[in-house]
Design a protein around this ligand. Structure first.
Ligand SMILES: Nc1ncnc2c1ncn2[C@@H]1O[C@H](COP(=O)(O)OP(=O)(O)OP(=O)(O)O)[C@@H](O)[C@H]1O
Ligand SMILES: [Mg+2]
Length: 511
């Protein structure tokens, strides 16, 4: 679809075109947390009928800025104007009353309630004191249909996939008459087809005059859907540009502060002996997977969500019990009963879900780093705190983790920095097999590059690497070989990724 430009941001309104007025303007926003200047003089402007992208490196201050706009954090200084009038937004309720709704990655839905109940939670339609179910159903259906969402209103919300829950949140924002919809990395957990659908929904909302502000680390999405883009760097807003006036390279350079010559620095080392072999492995959604990974090889594992990729990783890691089949390490059958067993035998897993399976949010960054590595720095039963601290700061530096200090609670790190912390702690392990599940989800372009260099370095040191990724350019750009899973089985292999295409992978994945 053609992108409207700033100077002529147009909205089709019953066949007539009009310029979208500025609905939100933020000036001089400043926010400090203990030890961190998160935002300094932040500027932002969103118009009605525009899709506006907010981009920048991990820790640049994007989430903090939108939390200020939605009343989740008070700013230290700055002014916010809503539809031309200065406003104070002290709580999410204030924001909603104005017509600003936010959809975060952790959804605000009650899993045990039905979709309808979630849609009308706190805004129940009643009749003589009783919930008017018929009216709620009618209105709910109307909104879901408008979004093109085929969702059963009486289904338990917790059973919906991420994409479904996101649509329910979007529907709720529309029920609340939101004029500005803010989404923090809405596509991070979606499959290509779900992204298409979300973008169609957003384009529809733009056509109706809603303003949309969204954060994304995927540059192609910014160019695909956004009319304008605001770039943040180190807590400052660098500026705002119509996407039609920028190239991909120019935008990356603004974000990272330097040009990035190459996005995928793939190096291949000659593969050695087979390190990990699976024979007919079954369990959960996984139905008979056989594969081999050689020392120094990066094996990419592609497939749609639900194809069984993460479950396969959990089986190998001992997080779930296989129902059958064999796991072999260096040619011998391995007994892996628990993640502890797996770690002891040199297998590590970087999980896709950092919140629930990875970090202990209440502990500090350093403690999280040290957690699986305690044996590493202990001398005669004592932890060598100095060696641990040295290892920690080495990793903070090499991964450019943006952090106030080693004792900062993991909870307060930005999303991308939490991910880097997880990687840091597993890389410290003396592993022979490293499984990455969506290693760069939520990671900015500059740091993705750093992570790819780390993957190269691990391969050079002879580790066998299994890389699960839904980012097709990444899997094509960084794997030596690709296996594609479908319905729990290996559906196909791509031997020369460099000569392959995204279409070829999707073709196998869909069947
Ligand atoms: N509640 C908090 N307490 C302390 N520091 C915080 C808090 N929230 C954010 N920060 C810090 O503020 C800075 C900006 O974080 P923010 O989450 O806004 O980054 P971001 O641009 O959204 O990054 P990402 O792309 O990784 O999600 C970071 O240095 C972060 O550690
Ligand atoms: Mg963020």
């Amino acid at each position: 679809m053609p992108a409207a430009t700033v100077t002529d941001s147009t909205v089709t309104d019953s066949g007539r075109k009009r310029r979208g007025a500025v609905i939100l303007r933020a000036r001089g926003i400043t926010k400090t947390f203990p030890g961190v200047l998160a935002i300094r003089a932040g500027e932002l402007e969103v118009r009605a009928g525009e899709i506006h992208a907010l981009v920048g490196e991990n820790g640049a201050g994007k989430s903090t800025l939108i939390k200020i706009l939605t009343g989740a954090h008070p700013p230290d200084a700055g002014r916010i104007e809503w539809c031309g009038r200065p406003v104070r937004i002290r709580s999410p309720q204030d924001a909603l009353r104005l017509g600003i709704a936010a959809i975060y990655q952790e959804f605000n839905l009650v899993p045990g309630l039905s979709v309808r109940e979630n849609l009308f939670l706190g805004r129940e339609r009643t009749r003589r004191g009783l919930i008017d179910v018929a009216r709620e159903r009618h209105r709910g259906l109307q909104v879901l249909q408008r979004l093109g969402a085929e969702i059963d209103l009486e289904a338990p919300t917790g059973r919906l996939a991420v994409a479904g829950q996101q649509l329910v949140e979007t529907a709720r924002a529309i029920l609340d008459d939101a004029r500005l919809l803010i989404m923090d990395e809405p596509t991070a957990a979606l499959m290509p087809r779900e992204v298409d659908r979300l973008f169609a929904v957003l384009a529809g909302l733009r056509g109706r005059g809603h303003g949309i502000l969204f954060i994304s680390h995927r540059i192609d999405e910014v160019f695909r859907i956004a009319d304008r883009v605001t770039v943040m760097r180190d807590g400052e807003t660098l500026g705002c540009w119509p996407t039609s006036e920028l190239t991909r390279g120019a935008l990356i350079e603004k974000m990272v502060g330097r040009p990035l010559e190459q996005e995928f620095p793939k190096q291949s080392s000659p593969p050695g002996a087979v390190v990990l072999e699976l024979r007919d492995l079954c369990g959960g959604a996984v139905r008979g997977v056989g594969l081999r990974i050689h020392a120094g090889e990066v094996l990419g594992l592609a497939g749609l969500v639900g194809a069984g990729r993460s479950e396969l990783a959990r089986l190998i890691f001992g997080a779930d019990r296989p129902a059958g089949g064999e796991i072999r390490l260096d040619g011998a059958r391995a007994r892996i009963r628990s993640p502890r067993d797996a770690i002891r035998q040199g297998i590590c897993l970087l999980t896709e879900d950092r919140k629930s399976q990875g970090l202990v949010l209440g502990l500090s960054a350093r403690e999280n780093f040290a957690l699986p590595n305690l044996g590493h720095w202990s001398r005669g039963g004592w932890i060598d705190g100095r060696a641990e601290a040295r290892a920690f700061s080495r990793f903070v530096e090499s991964l450019q983790i943006r952090i106030a200090g080693p004792e900062q609670p993991a909870r307060h790190l930005s999303g991308g920095n939490q991910q880097k912390l997880l990687i840091a702690r597993w890389l410290e392990q003396d592993a022979r097999v490293v499984i990455f599940d969506e290693p760069t989800r939520g990671i900015d372009v500059g740091t993705k590059y750093e992570i790819y260099l780390l993957i190269n370095a691990l391969a050079r040191r002879g580790k066998a690497i299994l890389m699960i990724s839904s980012e097709l350019p990444e899997i094509l750009g960084m794997s030596d070989r690709i296996l594609v899973m479908r319905e729990g089985c290996i559906a196909g292999e791509i031997e020369k990724p460099a000569q392959s295409s995204q279409e070829q992978i999707l073709g196998i994945a869909v069947g």
